[in-house]
Design a protein around this ligand. Structure first.
Ligand code: LER
Ligand code: MN
Length: 239
């Protein structure tokens, strides 16, 4: 990927927590000698550790978050993405007050553990098929504004925005609350293969004062062929 010209890679938190062959030191060695830094880590919390509702185990969550932040810091990560649609799904019947309280408690805990490492936690809006709360960028921004922690911020993923009918234009107002962006083209395919308007996205992010990174998160059909096209498409829009 660095040969193609990308600036960074994005891994899953699961990869850091359960490295291939179970060996974190081997993963660390591979990442430290790779040409591309691993800037972001997504899918923060596994479905087995619910964040909201009576099944929530705060001690187990704290243990996981503490270890994840420490490992991700050693791997050079700067951003951890809380999509985790299954883990954050609110159980049916739970009041909205309790739901909000548990979510806020988790974000506070995560922000506190990430802060000493200079890591930012970003709350990702996901479409309604993936979870039952925080579907819009405006929802995520409201949460992080209320929480008011410097290192807990919001993310915009163009795929979920399209699924939920949220226009890129909202980013002109909300861009300053974001610390990470995921992009994909039509049907979540590689940038440059569909008709997504990256010029408009760039205009809106710039107008909103966005200054974070942008990851391609898509279904690759032919990675070797599509990876350079995706980068060229984005660089063209941002040139
Ligand atoms: C994660 O970043 C995401 O966008 C989800 O759709 C993955 O399930
Ligand atoms: Mn995403």
């Amino acid at each position: 990927m660095s040969d193609v010209g990308y600036d960074f890679a994005e891994f899953t938190v699961g990869l850091a927590m359960n490295p291939p062959q179970g060996d974190f030191e081997a993963l660390l060695e591979a990442v430290s000698t790779a040409k591309l830094p691993v800037y972001a880590f997504n899918s923060f919390i596994p479905p087995s550790l619910p964040l909201i509702g009576p099944a929530r185990d705060l001690k187990a969550l704290e243990k996981y978050v503490k270890e994840a932040c420490s490992r991700i810091a050693r791997l050079g990560g700067r951003v951890i993405v809380l999509g985790s649609g299954a883990a954050r799904r609110a159980p049916e019947g739970l009041s909205s007050e309790e739901t909000r309280k548990h979510l806020m408690e988790f974000l506070t805990l995560a922000g506190q553990h990430a802060s000493p490492y200079g890591i930012t936690i970003v709350l990702e809006p996901l479409n309604k098929k993936e979870t039952n709360l925080i579907h819009l960028v405006s929802d995520a921004v409201r949460v992080v504004q209320e929480l008011n922690m410097d290192n807990v911020r919001a993310l915009a993923d163009t795929y979920h925005m399209e699924m939920e009918g949220e226009s890129p234009e909202v980013l002109a107002d909300l861009g300053a609350f974001l610390s990470h962006v995921h992009v994909a083209d039509t049907d979540r395919r590689a940038p440059g293969t569909g008709d997504y308007d990256y010029d408009l996205l760039r205009e809106c992010l710039e107008a909103g004062g966005y200054s974070g990174g942008i990851s391609v998160e898509c279904k690759w059909e032919d990675f070797k062929a599509e990876a350079p096209i995706a980068l060229r498409t984005l660089r063209q829009a941002w040139s």
